[in-house]
Design a protein around this ligand. Structure first.
Ligand code: C2E
Ligand code: CA
Ligand code: CA
Ligand code: CA
Length: 275
Protein backbone atom coordinates (compact mmCIF):
# COMPACT_ATOMS: atom_id res chain seq x y z
CA UNK A 1 0.00 0.00 0.00
CA UNK A 2 3.03 2.22 0.56
CA UNK A 3 3.95 1.65 -3.07
CA UNK A 4 0.50 2.33 -4.24
CA UNK A 5 0.58 5.68 -2.49
CA UNK A 6 3.76 6.63 -4.30
CA UNK A 7 2.35 5.54 -7.65
CA UNK A 8 -0.71 7.63 -7.17
CA UNK A 9 1.43 10.63 -6.24
CA UNK A 10 3.68 10.36 -9.25
CA UNK A 11 0.75 9.79 -11.53
CA UNK A 12 -0.83 12.88 -10.13
CA UNK A 13 2.36 14.88 -10.69
CA UNK A 14 2.72 13.56 -14.18
CA UNK A 15 -0.82 14.54 -14.92
CA UNK A 16 -0.21 18.05 -13.62
CA UNK A 17 3.00 18.41 -15.60
CA UNK A 18 1.26 17.14 -18.69
CA UNK A 19 -1.52 19.66 -18.28
CA UNK A 20 0.97 22.44 -17.74
CA UNK A 21 2.91 21.48 -20.85
CA UNK A 22 -0.26 21.29 -22.82
CA UNK A 23 -1.25 24.77 -21.69
CA UNK A 24 2.15 26.17 -22.57
CA UNK A 25 1.86 24.56 -25.98
CA UNK A 26 -1.62 25.96 -26.56
CA UNK A 27 -0.53 29.46 -25.58
CA UNK A 28 2.34 29.14 -28.02
CA UNK A 29 0.02 27.91 -30.77
CA UNK A 30 -2.40 30.77 -30.16
CA UNK A 31 0.24 33.18 -31.43
CA UNK A 32 -0.07 31.81 -34.93
CA UNK A 33 -3.79 31.19 -34.90
CA UNK A 34 -4.87 34.58 -36.25
CA UNK A 35 -2.29 34.80 -39.06
CA UNK A 36 -2.93 31.20 -40.06
CA UNK A 37 -6.68 31.85 -40.13
CA UNK A 38 -7.46 29.09 -37.62
CA UNK A 39 -10.26 31.05 -35.95
CA UNK A 40 -13.74 31.53 -37.23
CA UNK A 41 -16.98 32.78 -35.73
CA UNK A 42 -20.10 30.71 -35.22
CA UNK A 43 -23.36 32.64 -34.94
CA UNK A 44 -26.29 31.56 -32.79
CA UNK A 45 -29.75 33.03 -33.46
CA UNK A 46 -31.59 34.90 -30.71
CA UNK A 47 -35.35 35.24 -31.19
CA UNK A 48 -37.83 37.70 -29.73
CA UNK A 49 -41.05 36.72 -27.96
CA UNK A 50 -42.86 36.58 -31.29
CA UNK A 51 -40.46 33.97 -32.66
CA UNK A 52 -38.59 36.35 -35.00
CA UNK A 53 -34.81 36.14 -35.27
CA UNK A 54 -33.61 39.57 -34.19
CA UNK A 55 -30.02 39.03 -33.02
CA UNK A 56 -27.12 36.63 -33.20
CA UNK A 57 -24.37 35.89 -30.71
CA UNK A 58 -20.93 35.50 -32.28
CA UNK A 59 -18.90 32.72 -30.64
CA UNK A 60 -15.27 32.05 -31.46
CA UNK A 61 -14.12 28.68 -32.81
CA UNK A 62 -10.53 27.47 -33.04
CA UNK A 63 -9.69 24.88 -35.62
CA UNK A 64 -6.25 23.80 -34.37
CA UNK A 65 -3.94 22.31 -37.06
CA UNK A 66 -3.29 19.08 -35.12
CA UNK A 67 -5.78 18.98 -32.26
CA UNK A 68 -8.80 19.85 -34.32
CA UNK A 69 -11.55 21.77 -32.59
CA UNK A 70 -10.49 23.42 -29.32
CA UNK A 71 -13.37 24.77 -27.22
CA UNK A 72 -13.27 28.44 -26.19
CA UNK A 73 -13.62 27.23 -22.60
CA UNK A 74 -10.16 25.70 -23.07
CA UNK A 75 -8.34 28.66 -24.57
CA UNK A 76 -10.06 31.97 -23.68
CA UNK A 77 -8.74 31.73 -20.12
CA UNK A 78 -5.23 30.97 -21.38
CA UNK A 79 -5.39 33.90 -23.80
CA UNK A 80 -6.45 36.14 -20.92
CA UNK A 81 -3.50 34.95 -18.87
CA UNK A 82 -1.05 35.62 -21.67
CA UNK A 83 -2.58 38.92 -22.78
CA UNK A 84 -3.36 37.58 -26.26
CA UNK A 85 -7.07 38.02 -25.59
CA UNK A 86 -6.93 41.67 -26.71
CA UNK A 87 -5.68 40.80 -30.16
CA UNK A 88 -8.21 37.95 -30.34
CA UNK A 89 -11.00 40.22 -29.14
CA UNK A 90 -10.15 42.78 -31.80
CA UNK A 91 -10.14 40.06 -34.43
CA UNK A 92 -13.61 38.94 -33.26
CA UNK A 93 -14.96 42.49 -33.51
CA UNK A 94 -13.54 43.03 -37.01
CA UNK A 95 -14.80 39.69 -38.24
CA UNK A 96 -18.33 40.22 -36.86
CA UNK A 97 -18.41 43.75 -38.24
CA UNK A 98 -17.47 42.47 -41.67
CA UNK A 99 -20.16 39.76 -41.56
CA UNK A 100 -22.89 42.12 -40.35
CA UNK A 101 -24.00 43.54 -43.75
CA UNK A 102 -24.20 40.01 -45.19
CA UNK A 103 -26.25 38.83 -42.23
CA UNK A 104 -28.52 41.86 -42.47
CA UNK A 105 -29.09 41.24 -46.15
CA UNK A 106 -30.70 37.91 -45.23
CA UNK A 107 -32.24 38.62 -41.81
CA UNK A 108 -33.05 42.33 -41.97
CA UNK A 109 -32.15 44.87 -39.32
CA UNK A 110 -30.60 42.45 -36.81
CA UNK A 111 -27.74 42.94 -34.34
CA UNK A 112 -24.73 40.73 -33.63
CA UNK A 113 -23.35 40.48 -30.13
CA UNK A 114 -19.67 39.88 -29.39
CA UNK A 115 -18.14 38.59 -26.17
CA UNK A 116 -15.51 40.96 -24.81
CA UNK A 117 -13.15 39.84 -22.06
CA UNK A 118 -13.06 41.98 -18.90
CA UNK A 119 -9.30 42.09 -19.42
CA UNK A 120 -9.72 43.85 -22.75
CA UNK A 121 -12.08 46.39 -21.21
CA UNK A 122 -9.63 47.08 -18.47
CA UNK A 123 -6.52 47.32 -20.70
CA UNK A 124 -7.60 48.82 -24.01
CA UNK A 125 -8.36 52.51 -24.43
CA UNK A 126 -12.13 53.01 -24.36
CA UNK A 127 -12.20 55.31 -27.40
CA UNK A 128 -10.20 52.84 -29.43
CA UNK A 129 -12.48 49.98 -28.44
CA UNK A 130 -15.70 51.93 -29.13
CA UNK A 131 -14.53 53.07 -32.54
CA UNK A 132 -13.75 49.46 -33.42
CA UNK A 133 -17.25 48.52 -32.33
CA UNK A 134 -19.08 51.25 -34.25
CA UNK A 135 -20.90 50.04 -37.34
CA UNK A 136 -22.58 51.87 -40.22
CA UNK A 137 -25.69 53.22 -38.66
CA UNK A 138 -28.95 52.92 -40.49
CA UNK A 139 -30.88 51.81 -37.44
CA UNK A 140 -31.47 53.23 -34.01
CA UNK A 141 -28.78 51.20 -32.25
CA UNK A 142 -25.31 50.09 -33.16
CA UNK A 143 -25.15 46.84 -35.16
CA UNK A 144 -22.72 45.24 -32.68
CA UNK A 145 -23.70 44.63 -29.07
CA UNK A 146 -21.07 44.02 -26.37
CA UNK A 147 -21.46 41.04 -24.04
CA UNK A 148 -19.52 41.32 -20.79
CA UNK A 149 -19.70 39.01 -17.81
CA UNK A 150 -21.58 40.11 -14.77
CA UNK A 151 -18.60 39.77 -12.45
CA UNK A 152 -16.83 42.56 -14.33
CA UNK A 153 -19.01 45.02 -12.46
CA UNK A 154 -17.74 43.74 -9.14
CA UNK A 155 -14.19 44.97 -9.63
CA UNK A 156 -14.47 47.93 -11.93
CA UNK A 157 -11.21 49.73 -12.58
CA UNK A 158 -10.93 53.25 -13.96
CA UNK A 159 -10.36 52.25 -17.57
CA UNK A 160 -13.28 49.81 -17.60
CA UNK A 161 -15.49 52.49 -16.08
CA UNK A 162 -14.51 54.93 -18.85
CA UNK A 163 -15.05 52.35 -21.58
CA UNK A 164 -18.53 51.57 -20.30
CA UNK A 165 -19.36 55.28 -20.26
CA UNK A 166 -18.03 55.60 -23.82
CA UNK A 167 -20.33 52.79 -24.88
CA UNK A 168 -23.20 54.62 -23.23
CA UNK A 169 -22.32 57.90 -25.01
CA UNK A 170 -22.05 56.24 -28.39
CA UNK A 171 -25.16 54.16 -27.84
CA UNK A 172 -23.31 50.88 -28.19
CA UNK A 173 -25.57 48.47 -26.38
CA UNK A 174 -24.26 46.29 -23.57
CA UNK A 175 -25.49 42.90 -22.40
CA UNK A 176 -24.54 41.54 -18.99
CA UNK A 177 -23.63 37.90 -19.56
CA UNK A 178 -23.96 35.01 -17.10
CA UNK A 179 -26.36 37.04 -15.03
CA UNK A 180 -27.29 35.47 -11.72
CA UNK A 181 -23.90 33.89 -11.11
CA UNK A 182 -22.31 36.99 -9.58
CA UNK A 183 -23.53 39.58 -7.15
CA UNK A 184 -23.60 42.81 -9.09
CA UNK A 185 -25.44 45.62 -7.49
CA UNK A 186 -28.41 47.18 -9.19
CA UNK A 187 -26.97 50.67 -8.93
CA UNK A 188 -24.08 49.70 -11.22
CA UNK A 189 -26.54 48.35 -13.71
CA UNK A 190 -28.26 51.72 -13.68
CA UNK A 191 -25.04 53.80 -13.78
CA UNK A 192 -23.63 52.07 -16.81
CA UNK A 193 -26.83 51.90 -18.76
CA UNK A 194 -26.82 48.14 -19.29
CA UNK A 195 -29.32 47.25 -22.02
CA UNK A 196 -29.75 43.51 -21.58
CA UNK A 197 -29.36 40.90 -18.90
CA UNK A 198 -28.54 37.40 -20.11
CA UNK A 199 -29.80 34.78 -17.70
CA UNK A 200 -27.16 32.10 -17.38
CA UNK A 201 -28.05 28.72 -18.86
CA UNK A 202 -27.48 27.10 -15.48
CA UNK A 203 -30.73 28.70 -14.26
CA UNK A 204 -32.68 28.14 -17.47
CA UNK A 205 -31.81 24.47 -17.35
CA UNK A 206 -33.30 24.07 -13.89
CA UNK A 207 -36.68 24.37 -15.60
CA UNK A 208 -38.16 20.93 -16.40
CA UNK A 209 -41.50 19.11 -16.42
CA UNK A 210 -41.72 19.20 -12.64
CA UNK A 211 -40.09 22.50 -11.71
CA UNK A 212 -40.30 26.13 -12.69
CA UNK A 213 -37.76 28.80 -11.89
CA UNK A 214 -38.83 31.50 -9.44
CA UNK A 215 -35.31 32.92 -9.81
CA UNK A 216 -35.71 33.48 -13.57
CA UNK A 217 -39.10 35.02 -12.95
CA UNK A 218 -37.67 37.39 -10.37
CA UNK A 219 -34.73 38.43 -12.57
CA UNK A 220 -37.08 39.19 -15.45
CA UNK A 221 -39.53 41.26 -13.45
CA UNK A 222 -36.75 43.14 -11.71
CA UNK A 223 -35.03 43.89 -15.03
CA UNK A 224 -38.29 45.14 -16.52
CA UNK A 225 -38.78 47.54 -13.66
CA UNK A 226 -35.38 48.99 -14.53
CA UNK A 227 -36.27 49.12 -18.21
CA UNK A 228 -33.77 46.41 -19.13
CA UNK A 229 -34.54 43.60 -21.60
CA UNK A 230 -33.79 40.00 -20.74
CA UNK A 231 -32.24 37.30 -22.89
CA UNK A 232 -32.45 33.70 -21.66
CA UNK A 233 -29.64 31.46 -22.95
CA UNK A 234 -29.32 27.69 -23.04
CA UNK A 235 -32.95 26.88 -23.87
CA UNK A 236 -33.04 23.22 -24.87
CA UNK A 237 -36.67 22.21 -24.42
CA UNK A 238 -40.12 23.41 -25.36
CA UNK A 239 -41.01 23.47 -21.67
CA UNK A 240 -38.15 25.87 -20.91
CA UNK A 241 -39.30 28.12 -23.74
CA UNK A 242 -42.91 28.09 -22.56
CA UNK A 243 -42.07 28.83 -18.96
CA UNK A 244 -39.74 31.71 -19.89
CA UNK A 245 -42.34 33.18 -22.24
CA UNK A 246 -44.89 32.97 -19.42
CA UNK A 247 -42.43 35.06 -17.36
CA UNK A 248 -42.42 37.59 -20.23
CA UNK A 249 -38.81 36.99 -21.14
CA UNK A 250 -37.93 39.27 -24.10
CA UNK A 251 -35.43 37.15 -26.03
CA UNK A 252 -34.62 33.45 -26.23
CA UNK A 253 -31.47 31.61 -27.30
CA UNK A 254 -30.53 27.95 -27.22
CA UNK A 255 -30.08 24.62 -28.98
CA UNK A 256 -33.89 24.20 -28.99
CA UNK A 257 -33.99 26.88 -31.69
CA UNK A 258 -30.57 26.60 -33.32
CA UNK A 259 -26.93 25.80 -32.63
CA UNK A 260 -24.18 28.29 -33.39
CA UNK A 261 -23.38 28.11 -37.13
CA UNK A 262 -20.52 29.27 -39.30
CA UNK A 263 -21.42 32.22 -41.53
CA UNK A 264 -22.04 30.28 -44.76
CA UNK A 265 -24.42 27.91 -42.99
CA UNK A 266 -26.13 30.75 -41.20
CA UNK A 267 -26.88 32.59 -44.44
CA UNK A 268 -28.76 29.46 -45.59
CA UNK A 269 -30.51 28.90 -42.29
CA UNK A 270 -34.28 28.52 -42.34
CA UNK A 271 -35.99 28.73 -39.01
CA UNK A 272 -37.95 25.55 -38.29
CA UNK A 273 -39.34 26.20 -34.83
CA UNK A 274 -42.06 28.79 -34.68
CA UNK A 275 -44.59 29.12 -31.92
P1 C2E B 1 -21.15 32.29 -23.16
O1 C2E B 1 -20.83 33.66 -23.62
O2 C2E B 1 -22.02 32.15 -21.96
O3 C2E B 1 -21.78 31.58 -24.43
C1 C2E B 1 -22.83 30.66 -24.40
C2 C2E B 1 -22.32 29.26 -24.55
O4 C2E B 1 -23.42 28.36 -24.44
C3 C2E B 1 -21.70 28.95 -25.92
O5 C2E B 1 -20.66 27.99 -25.71
C4 C2E B 1 -22.86 28.31 -26.68
O6 C2E B 1 -22.45 27.49 -27.75
C5 C2E B 1 -23.50 27.52 -25.58
N1 C2E B 1 -24.92 27.25 -25.81
C6 C2E B 1 -25.81 27.92 -26.56
N2 C2E B 1 -27.02 27.35 -26.50
C7 C2E B 1 -26.92 26.30 -25.66
C8 C2E B 1 -27.84 25.29 -25.18
O7 C2E B 1 -29.03 25.28 -25.50
N3 C2E B 1 -27.34 24.36 -24.33
C9 C2E B 1 -26.04 24.34 -23.95
N4 C2E B 1 -25.63 23.38 -23.12
N5 C2E B 1 -25.13 25.27 -24.37
C10 C2E B 1 -25.58 26.23 -25.22
P2 C2E B 1 -19.23 28.15 -26.41
O8 C2E B 1 -19.41 28.68 -27.79
O9 C2E B 1 -18.51 26.86 -26.20
O10 C2E B 1 -18.53 29.29 -25.56
C11 C2E B 1 -18.21 29.09 -24.21
C12 C2E B 1 -17.77 30.39 -23.57
O11 C2E B 1 -16.53 30.83 -24.15
C13 C2E B 1 -18.74 31.54 -23.78
O12 C2E B 1 -19.80 31.45 -22.87
C14 C2E B 1 -17.83 32.72 -23.55
O13 C2E B 1 -17.66 32.95 -22.19
C15 C2E B 1 -16.53 32.23 -24.15
N6 C2E B 1 -16.41 32.74 -25.52
C16 C2E B 1 -16.91 32.24 -26.68
N7 C2E B 1 -16.57 33.02 -27.75
C17 C2E B 1 -15.87 34.07 -27.23
C18 C2E B 1 -15.23 35.21 -27.82
O14 C2E B 1 -15.28 35.48 -29.03
N8 C2E B 1 -14.56 36.04 -26.96
C19 C2E B 1 -14.51 35.81 -25.60
N9 C2E B 1 -13.82 36.68 -24.84
N10 C2E B 1 -15.09 34.75 -25.03
C20 C2E B 1 -15.77 33.88 -25.82
CA1 CA C 1 -22.02 35.42 -24.20
CA1 CA D 1 -27.01 51.53 -23.41
CA1 CA E 1 -23.33 32.08 -20.12
Amino acid sequence: SKNRGRDVTSLFNWDLKYKLLEKTQLIHDLRKAIVNKEFYLAYQPIIDNQGTVVKFEALIRWNHPTRGFVSPDNFIGLAEGSGQIIEIGNWVIKEAKQALPEIQKVFGDVQVSVNISPLQLSKQHGRELSSLLLTDRKSKHNGLVVEITENLLMNLDENTRKSLLDFKDMDIQVALDDFGTGYSSLSYIMDYDIDYLKIDKKFVQQINESSNSPLCETIISMAHQLNIKVIAEGIETQKQMEVLLSYECDYLQGFYFAKPMPLAELLDYKQDKAF
